[in-house]
Design a protein around this ligand. Structure first.
Ligand code: NAD
Length: 472
């Protein structure tokens, strides 16, 4: 097991307190990995700061080559990385390999190309006798913090765009799921210049806080909870820093009476319970037209009742465990508090035995102001609520703080266009949900974040627009 961190070109063991890494399917310890010390976190920041002097001046072609080399070296070890991911995060095998690794690798490949598309506005004379040019330059060293739900994919999203833009990165995976990222760090150490990529391990409240508050950090990039996003905003406000946030979601799935109900139910089965529902874009709250409500409930219950829950490599496992006992308790708490005010038609219980399993759960007749309708549960639970007409569906979907993912299900093209233009979400799928590609932004509105990951637009978060004027 690779347990060392990458600090300024060297692989080093953490000097801090040990953190137990647990297999969520058994609750047993996999290994323990020492946290970074404050001095080690500082050395990573110093390394990134120093590396910026040269890396910030590299050509797009050189950065493209680095990203290609990272993609290649990760691809050569893709099975090992997927094994670690599956073990550490409880992901069903081979889903860990076949569903997550392709997008993880493709993110680096995409940004290898995107790095070479960066251009600024051509020169012009706006004041007599002066020529103006617009430059887009890297903002500087980035502190990047990733969550536990898709550890390596989120690490890829956090690393590839800033590297393409010319920014060194110090990355911290979640302390719950460090294994795949630490292995990737070892591989990246073989191809990245000293200090350009640093990987730390440790608790968010200690090492993460230090990273985002370090004076040498010039941009903060977080994928995680809204509380962590607020911590980043607070840190950035003290020093005035760029902040890039991808936070929580509560995706509405708006089903009109002309929708393909079988497609909706299959998408719920494969999308809402993928990764045990621990997904920021999880299609988690269905808003269904009165006319087809009962049909949609029946179809969803039929599909979800077929999901096989089990350990990573158990035959036929479709859904694994929740990441930790604490997260499972949080999910159970949401469902238990909801029982009196809605109907639990499927699931609703912890599964006896080792590990942190919870039944795939469907709640129906959920009110639009219920806690389970308004708050992110982040587990294998979907709610199904009603709406009367298009206007009500839109109003209910747009209420509340979240603005990440949404989907609209209808065969009426005009209605899908109207809804898409008015939904206040970073992304809206029509007649599908959850399909992602690096060319397109993973965007956020409202409290779900600022900016986006993936796509050429992600480069904006890591570049500063500058004006150069030459008098002649
Ligand atoms: P979390 O906020 O608890 O932890 C995320 C990371 O932040 C971890 O590495 C953690 O150590 C670190 N952290 C925690 N407190 C910190 C602090 N004060 N300063 C610096 N770092 C700190 O989130 P989580 O529980 O790991 O992940 C689940 C959350 O992430 C959900 O809300 C989910 O919706 C969100 N998420 C969003 C996206 C997206 O693209 N929008 C993708 C995946 C997950």
């Amino acid at each position: 097991m690779q347990t060392k961190m990458l600090i300024n070109g060297e692989m080093v063991e953490g000097g801090g307190a040990p953190i137990f890494v647990v297999n969520p399917a058994t609750g047993e310890e996999i290994c323990k990995i020492n946290s970074a010390t404050s001095e080690q976190a500082s050395a990573a920041a110093a390394g990134a700061h120093e590396a910026f002097e040269t890396f910030g001046q590299t050509s797009p072609a050189e950065r493209s080559e680095l990203l290609t080399n990272i993609a290649t070296v990760l691809e050569e070890h893709v099975e090992e990385l997927a094994e670690l991911e599956s073990l550490d995060a409880g992901k069903p095998w081979p889903s860990a390999l076949d569903d997550e690794m392709p997008l993880t690798l493709d993110t680096f490949k995409f940004f290898a190309g995107a790095a070479r598309t960066m251009s600024a506005v051509a020169a012009g004379e706006y004041v007599a006798g002066h020529t103006s040019m617009i430059r887009k330059d890297p903002v500087g060293p980035v502190a990047a913090i990733a969550p536990w739900n898709y550890p390596l994919m989120m690490a890829a999203w956090k690393l590839a765009a800033p590297l393409a833009a010319g920014c060194p990165v110090t990355l911290k995976p979640s302390q719950l799921t460090p294994l795949s990222t630490l292995k990737a760090a070892e591989l990246i150490a073989g191809v990245a210049p000293k200090g350009v990529v640093n990987v730390l391990h440790g608790p968010g409240r200690e090492i993460g806080e230090q990273m985002i508050n370090d004076p040498r950090t010039e941009a903060i990039s977080i994928t995680g909870s809204n509380a962590t996003g607020s911590a980043a905003m607070a840190a950035a406000s003290r020093q005035i820093r760029h902040v890039h946030l991808e936070l929580g979601g509560k995706a509405p799935v708006i089903v009109f009476d002309d929708a393909d109900i079988d497609a909706v139910a299959e998408t719920v089965r494969y999308g809402s319970f993928f990764n045990a529902g621990q997904d920021c874009a999880q299609p988690c709250r269905l808003l269904v037209a009165d006319e087809v409500y009962d049909k949609v409930v029946a179809a969803v219950v039929d599909q979800v009742s077929q999901i096989k829950v089990g350990a990573q490599k158990a035959e036929g496992t479709e859904m694994g465990p929740i990441i930790s006992a604490a997260q499972r308790n949080a999910v159970a708490g949401f469902v238990d508090r909801a029982r009196d005010n809605c109907d639990v038609v499927l699931g609703g219980n912890m599964i006896d035995g080792p590990g942190f399993f919870y039944e795939p759960t469907v709640l129906i007749n959920v009110a639009h102001d219920a806690e389970v309708f308004c708050n992110e549960i982040f587990g294998p639970v979907v709610t199904i609520s009603r709406f009367g007409d298009e206007e009500e569906a839109l109003k209910v979907a747009n209420a509340g703080p979240f603005g990440l993912a949404s989907s609209v299900w209808t065969n009426n093209t005009g209605r899908s266009m109207r809804m898409s233009s008015k939904l206040r979400y970073g992304f809206t799928w029509v007649n599908t949900h959850g399909v992602a590609t690096p060319e397109m932004p993973w965007a956020a509105m409202k409290s779900s974040g600022t900016g986006c990951d993936m796509s050429v637009y992600a480069l904006d978060a890591y570049t500063a627009v500058r004006h150069v004027m030459v008098a002649h």
